[in-house]
Design a binder for this molecule. Structure first.
Ligand SMILES: Nc1nc2c(c(=O)[nH]1)N[C@H]1C(S)=C(S)[C@@H](COP(=O)(O)O)O[C@H]1N2
Ligand SMILES: [Mo]
Length: 424
């Protein structure tokens, strides 16, 4: 006799529909298991949401449209603030936490969804108006969570495979998801906390998730949690290394590999987009062709690289920290202070202009960026000519690149051609 897949050989009356009581048979399901996972996600997702919003603020989106990847945000930008330059590893920490934690939480999210899957099929679809509203909010919650995790991982791993830009999708998705998340937490938190305190022992549990026809247990509730935690730990140790160099970096098996192989030597740290990718030729970077065009209150100054190198040079130790969650340790940059360049075109120490920076690059979203007055004024902010004691390599932005403390990588424009100081 042929039996339907999933039917119990010893029990010809086993339910066939996922909506039938008794179709879902894992003895793990129940209020305790769901509550533990839910509380881990409550803490973790709150951190993801906050670090995500903070990451967006770090782009200086309210300073200039070129920085703003979600121009239609309206009141969702209510919280934006002027991004500081201290401590210099601020964005590195924020984004490292955001991406590493997001990846680490994937097994917890999947286990949580698995633990409540019978409810997806529960019939009738709605018992009352309240119940209907609750289920709709759950759709936004589950759909929103999956959407945020999938868009985040794809952006980190594959770059730009989306219809349109990653930023608006992930940003608006985060707000939709978080609204549903807050509603869900308000509804469920008291129960979840009670479940943890009261239901220490399997078998005492009762709710719609507890199966009426439990299968033989293959693992205890605690064993299952260790399994989920082990998955998270594995993802953590294969991701976190992308925030460091050397041997630790090689443990980052899941890290994106960026635009190019950095190789070794002074310029041997992660490269986002190579000069070739950005379409920067050796000829236009050459001493004869390249001039830095600096504009400000008193007009325009053109400087060759040799002239730049004769201005007072300063060093600062600063990391590159990308939105994708990788970062380098501090590198030694050497170049001209941004505030000294501002002084060349008429801004003395009391004037604090913003600056609009443009690259030689002709296309691409990151070819220009705006920096805020506090970033220009910081003595560690440089137009760098050298890194770690050598000329900048073409891939790291030769002839000159911006480097600013605490800022996201995207504001550190490479192959700089033009700087316009003033109020943006
Ligand atoms: N002109 C230009 N500058 C750019 C970019 C770019 O695509 N074009 N990418 C930015 C991004 S997203 C990052 S993370 C840093 C990376 O710098 P690196 O490649 O030297 O590590 O460069 C920034 N500067
Ligand atoms: Mo980046």
């Amino acid at each position: 006799m042929i039996r339907a897949y999933g039917q119990d050989m010893r029990d010809p009356d086993a339910p066939r529909l996922p909506s039938s009581p008794g179709f879902w048979r894992s003895p793990l399901r129940g209020p305790w298991f769901t509550s533990v996972l839910g509380l881990v996600l409550l803490a973790g997702i709150t951190v993801l949401f906050v670090t995500g919003l903070v990451s967006y603020a770090a782009y200086n989106p309210d300073l200039s449209p070129v920085n703003d990847k979600t121009p239609d945000k309206g009141i969702l930008g209510f919280y934006l603030f002027a991004w500081p330059t201290h401590p210099h590893w601020l964005y590195r920490l924020n984004q490292g936490v955001h991406v590493t934690l997001g990846i680490t939480l994937i097994p917890v999210l999947l286990a949580k969804l698995w633990s409540v899957i019978p409810r997806l099929f529960a019939l009738p679809p709605a018992r009352s108006l309240t119940h209907a509203l609750e289920r709709i909010s759950l759709l936004l919650l589950v759909g929103g969570a999956l959407f945020e995790f999938v868009t985040g991982v794809l952006n980190v791993q594959l770059d730009y495979v989306f219809p349109g830009s990653f930023y608006p999708l992930h940003f608006y998705g985060a707000w939709v998801f978080f609204a549903a998340f807050v509603a869900h937490v308000l509804l469920k938190l008291p129960t979840a906390l009670r479940n943890l305190r009261q239901l220490r022992h399997p078998g005492e549990e009762q709710n719609d998730l507890v199966t009426p026809r439990p299968a033989e247990p293959t693992v205890s509730r605690r064993g299952a949690l260790w399994f989920v935690g082990g998955g998270s730990l594995l993802l953590f140790v294969t991701t976190a290394g992308q925030n460091f160099d050397g041997a630790l970096r090689r443990t980052a098996l899941l890290a994106p590999h960026g635009g190019g192989e950095p190789g070794s030597g002074p310029n041997g740290f992660q490269i986002n987009k190579t000069a070739a990718y950005a379409g920067i030729s050796a000829a236009e970077r050459g001493e004869d062709a390249w001039r830095l065009v600096v504009t400000g209150r008193t007009g325009t100054v053109r400087l060759s690289r040799a002239q730049l190198a004769e201005l007072p040079l300063h060093s600062s130790a600063l990391p590159i920290a990308c939105v994708e969650g990788w970062s380098t340790s501090d590198q030694w940059w050497r170049g001209v202070r941004l505030r000294d360049l501002a002084a060349l075109v008429g801004y003395d120490a009391d004037d604090r202009p913003d600056v609009f920076v443009e690259s030689l690059q002709r296309r691409g979203a990151f070819r220009s960026a705006a920096l805020r007055a506090n970033q220009v004024a910081d003595p560690r902010s440089l137009l760098a000519l050298y890194v770690n004691g050598e000329e900048l390599s073409p891939d790291h932005g030769h002839p000159a690149r911006i480097i600013v403390p605490a800022a996201p990588g995207v504001l550190n424009t490479k192959w700089v051609a033009r700087m316009t100081f003033g109020d943006l």
